[in-house]
Design a binder for this molecule. Structure first.
Ligand SMILES: [Zn+2]
Length: 510
């Protein structure tokens, strides 16, 4: 996907886009930032009429695996036919998210008529999972403000931002559209997988691993050099690990500062990620996780998450892999690039184990079940230690144990890295999706050259206690639980243990 963000450079792209794109019917959105202090996005959706009726719907969920019913924020919705003059039309609400407009003369589909859906939607929530419009900036996850046509999601789309306050720039990984502050996408799903930041942000750029990176920062005070140094190392490592960039350009959006404590976290998108954290060190650590999502979950993706169902919960058993093993790789990336010490890596793994073991629910909720229950995370009761474990924690541990088990099975000739690369070749690069734990296990077995049926049945689908020290012993490591949880190196490792430990820490094989 090609880009442009800052309005000044979008102009050049806009001219190219006019030449490159045929003028087919396109679903158009106009989003006004008028009176940002009122926190209302004013949306006009212009739909070329195709049949006797038009259905529009607001997604029930996006960004988080939580039904948040964005339609509850919609107000003042109306439909207008723009055939001759603007004629108001009857809107018929079907359920909490969906409306229908029946077309009849003079707005029948025979002519070149458009239906306009106009509404306002209120958002002033900070952080990468939300949307916000205020006098300082706008950050928008587009699925949280834009309605879609359930049966026409694959049609071309265009969005134009209006009434942009003076001095604001707009950044997005969407391709620039034909007008100032406009962007285009080949369908609703692609449109809403690219968040938008508008405001007086700081922008810098760097090249890494043959790809172009943009860093958009909105921060009270921050150290530019430190953040960029960390991003260069993380991107270079992960690109080299996975065999190059599956994109031409990638954008990091950062909100850094004490105010980012509210809504902190990171959200992955196809060619960008939005991250909020109180410190640069924290933001860089989140970046190591989010950037690995470029592969794991965005492109190495379970079939259960495709196509996206915006209307209801979309269940997957694979979040222990999509999120947990992404955590395994953020820790690998931080340690293998020197941003973390070896000690920090051991302490991080020990703390994940301590968290899982201190949750009584680990005795009856498996990693797969925790994935299914992600939709409960919005309830405080669910997050109690005797009710749930985290698929991030358990999945990260499973990833580390798999790495050591594969190294053991292959005399350190193969590792979990090879599993991720195999899945990248087999699924991501072929445009295919994997079938939950079954296909992950198949990839592990192909790399390890032996059955992992026992491992997956007991520790992924089941709730058997993981014999941590059996796996750690392969790398000459041991877990101690007498005075808090810690991982230490055995004092006299065998040559084989030393080789596997070096492999784990450096991502190398023999
Ligand atoms: Zn994640």
């Amino acid at each position: 996907m090609k880009v442009k963000g800052a309005i000044r450079s979008a102009v050049v792209m806009a001219l190219l886009m006019i030449a490159a794109r045929p003028t087919t019917a396109t679903i158009r959105y106009s989003v006004s930032f008028d009176h940002p202090e009122k926190h209302l996005f004013h949306v006009t959706m212009t739909i070329p009429a195709r049949s006797g009726e038009v259905m529009v719907a607001m997604p029930a969920w996006n960004a988080l695996y939580q039904v948040r019913d964005f339609a509850v924020r919609v107000r003042d919705i109306k439909a207008i036919c723009t055939s001759l003059a603007a004629v108001p039309m009857q809107l018929w609400q079907l359920d909490k998210d969906t409306w229908r407009v029946s077309l009849a003369a003079p707005c029948d589909p025979g002519g070149r008529n458009n239906v306009e859906i106009r509404y306002s939607i209120q958002w002033d929530d900070a952080g990468p999972f939300n949307s916000q419009l205020n006098e300082h900036h706008a950050f928008v996850n587009l699925a949280e403000i834009l309605m879609y046509l359930p049966d026409r999601r694959a049609e071309d789309t265009q969005i134009t931002f209006e009434d942009v306050p003076g001095g604001w720039n707009i950044a997005s990984e969407l391709a620039a559209g034909p007008q100032l502050a406009s962007f285009v996408a080949p369908g609703y799903d692609a449109l809403v997988d690219a968040p938008v930041e508008a405001g007086k942000f700081d922008e810098s750029n760097f090249e890494s691993g043959g790809a172009h990176f943009r860093v958009i920062v909105d921060a009270t005070s921050w150290n530019h050099g430190h953040l960029e140094n960390a991003l260069r190392r993380i991107t270079a490592y992960e690109l080299q690990l996975m065999g190059g960039a599956p994109f031409q350009e990638f954008t990091f959006y950062f909100h850094i500062g004490p105010e980012a404590a509210v809504g902190a976290g990171g959200m992955e998108h196809a060619n960008s990620t939005a991250i909020a954290d109180t410190s640069i060190e924290g933001a860089a650590a989140v970046a190591a996780h989010e950037f690995f999502h470029v592969w794991n979950v965005k492109r190495i993706r379970p079939q259960s998450l495709e196509p996206v169902d915006y209307t209801r919960e979309q269940y997957t058993r694979a979040l222990w892999f999509a999120e947990g093993v992404t955590n395994t790789y953020s820790a690998f990336a931080l340690e293998r690039t020197g941003l973390w010490s070896k000690r920090q890596f051991y302490d991080d793994l020990a703390s994940q184990i301590e968290r899982v073991e201190s949750h009584p629910a680990h005795e009856w909720q498996s990693a797969e079940e925790s994935s299914l229950d992600a939709w409960f995370e919005k309830y405080d009761a669910y997050n109690a230690p005797d009710r749930s474990i985290s698929y991030y924690d358990k999945g990260q541990i499973i990833g580390d144990m798999l790495d050591m088990a594969i190294r053991d099975a292959t005399d350190n000739h193969k590792s979990l890295d090879d599993v991720l690369r195999l899945m990248n070749e087999k699924y991501a690069k072929q445009g295919k999706f994997y079938d939950e734990t079954r296909d992950i296990r198949a990839a592990v077995e192909e790399i390890a050259g032996k059955s992992f049926e026992n491992f997956f049945r007991r520790y992924v689908s089941g709730v058997d206690e993981i014999p941590y020290n059996d796996f750690l012993a392969n790398a000459g490591l041991q877990l101690k639980t007498d005075a808090g949880f810690s991982i230490t190196e055995v004092s006299h490792p065998t040559d084989r243990q030393r080789r596997i430990r070096e492999g784990l820490l450096h991502g190398s094989t023999d």
